[in-house]
Design a protein around this ligand. Structure first.
Ligand code: ATP
Ligand code: MG
Length: 433
């Protein structure tokens, strides 16, 4: 197939028969975040490359292998965002959000770009929903952010998902831990992959995140960071757990979670699903107490998470979660003849202005073809409009489910249709009780 008819590898189209599911999921995300006091922020799809080098970290897979970086026509190095935290923090500093009342609580939804090997749950364009809570050091902030992630998953209808948490400490604990890791991995140098040999010098914790089976096997027996926490970090982690317990949020401590990005400190967490294969992490997050300072802002403790929406959709499908149906066309008006076509347009316009979902023929088709179309789109009612109906001002409103027909005055169509729809809603409620 010619390139012009083919999407770029690793990208997906969200088609019209599926987009209502995305609207529902994204709506729930924003609504839930809003209830927790997180308001939406929208930042550009691209930033100066430096924004990501500084934040994500130059020893990570994302920066080393996955970024879409190019020079623009003005000779600036630009990168398509591989994630949104960096841009959001850049904006919060540049636009002065961090100088206002703290904490700054924001949420976002947007496309992300990573040059990865496309496979199930791993795309080159994917979408994240996430939150950032800037300027909150207390363990309650960790618990609030984790409980928000869980509430989002619950409100969307996810039936089962597990939460794993860990603490990776602060730069103080990191020093001793790095030393222990180096000692351990030095002894396994012969078996490590080339990238991990480089990581051993620059950032040995990254080895724990290596996807190669041999490195992961070696990493699984490496010293765990929990054993190297300083008193403050240990106390912080204990309080996060206590707070989660008090909220009845089940979790397991997984000392092997380190997260793929460099900026994390203290609490890190993941929501993992057993239903979608190898790419099982639906949501990842944690604290990044050093990031704001590192990016040129005031030093302030912060945290957040990001959820992969495509992976979440896979979980919903695999768990057969029933999402609300797309709104059906309430009325299809089938006009026959030139006068009726004009009248149908005018009626449609009036009904649409009142908020009804109404369609009519725009392909000059005959009655049979129009009724077939009305059936196909699942119209609840149809109204056939010929010359005689236009002349008499009366037409038959047909309930497509029951086949029932009723003559109505066209001048009262808005009220009549409203009444019929209310009747349907009432009947369906009556059926439930
Ligand atoms: P992984 O270990 O799966 O590569 P990551 O550590 O790179 O994940 P993050 O950068 O923390 O992921 O991104 C948060 C979430 O975004 C992930 O948990 C996942 O749900 C989603 N995500 C990340 N990369 C991709 C991708 N290439 N395709 C689809 N979703 C992704
Ligand atoms: Mg990754």
């Amino acid at each position: 197939m010619a390139e012009i008819n083919r999407a770029v590898k690793g990208t997906n189209d969200i088609l019209p028969d599926n987009s209502h599911n995305w609207q529902f999921v994204e709506g729930k995300m924003l609504e839930t975040a809003n209830n927790y006091g997180f308001n939406e922020i929208r930042v550009p799809v691209f930033e100066h490359t430096e924004v990501f080098l500084r934040s994500v970290g130059d020893t990570t897979d994302v920066v080393q292998k996955e970024m879409y970086t190019f020079d623009d026509k003005g000779g600036r190095s630009i990168t398509l965002r591989p994630e949104l935290t960096a841009g959001v923090i850049r904006s919060a500093i540049e636009k002065g959000l961090v100088n206002n009342a703290l904490p700054v609580k924001v949420c976002y939804i947007g496309g992300c770009y990573r040059y990865e090997k496309p496979q199930a749950g791993r795309l080159r364009e994917f979408h994240q929903f996430g939150v950032e809570c800037i300027g909150a050091a207390s363990p309650n902030a960790d618990a609030e952010v984790i409980s928000l992630a869980r509430q989002v998953l619950e409100n969307i209808g996810i039936k089962k998902i597990s939460l794993e948490i860990n603490s990776i400490g602060c730069p103080l604990c990191r020093k001793n831990y790095h030393k222990a890791l180096k000692e351990y991995f030095e002894g396994k140098k012969a078996e490590l992959c080339g990238t991990c040999l480089d990581r051993l010098d620059r950032n040995p914790m990254r080895i724990l995140d290596c996807k190669s089976p041999i490195c992961s096997e070696i990493a699984s027996k490496a010293p765990v960071v929990l054993d190297y926490l300083c008193d403050d970090c240990r106390d912080h982690f204990e309080k996060v757990k206590k707070n989660l317990d008090a909220m009845d949020i089940a979790y397991t401590v997984n000392p092997h979670i380190v997260r793929g990005l460099d900026y994390y400190t203290r609490t890190v967490f993941e929501f993992v699903s057993g239903d979608i294969g190898a790419q099982s992490t639906v949501c990842g997050g944690g604290r990044y107490d050093g990031l704001i300072g590192q990016m040129g802002g005031p030093s302030m403790a912060s945290l957040g998470f990001a959820m992969g929406i495509e992976r979440l959709m896979m979980v919903l499908e695999s768990q057969k979660v029933e999402l609300p149906e797309a709104k059906k066309t309430e009325l299809y008006i089938a006009p026959l003849g030139d006068t009726a076509v004009i009248k149908a347009s005018a009626l449609c316009n009036e009904l649409r202005r009142e908020g009804y979902k109404v369609e009519t023929d725009i392909c000059s088709r005959g009655l049979k073809a129009q009724m077939k179309y009305a059936n196909k789109i699942g119209a609840k009612f149809t109204l056939v409009l010929g010359d005689s109906e236009v002349e008499s001002g009366k037409a038959k409103l047909k309930n497509m489910a029951s086949g029932e027909e009723r003559e109505i005055e066209l001048s009262e169509l808005v009220e009549e249709l409203g009444e019929e729809i209310r009747k349907i809603i009432f009947e369906s409620i009556a059926e439930i009780f």
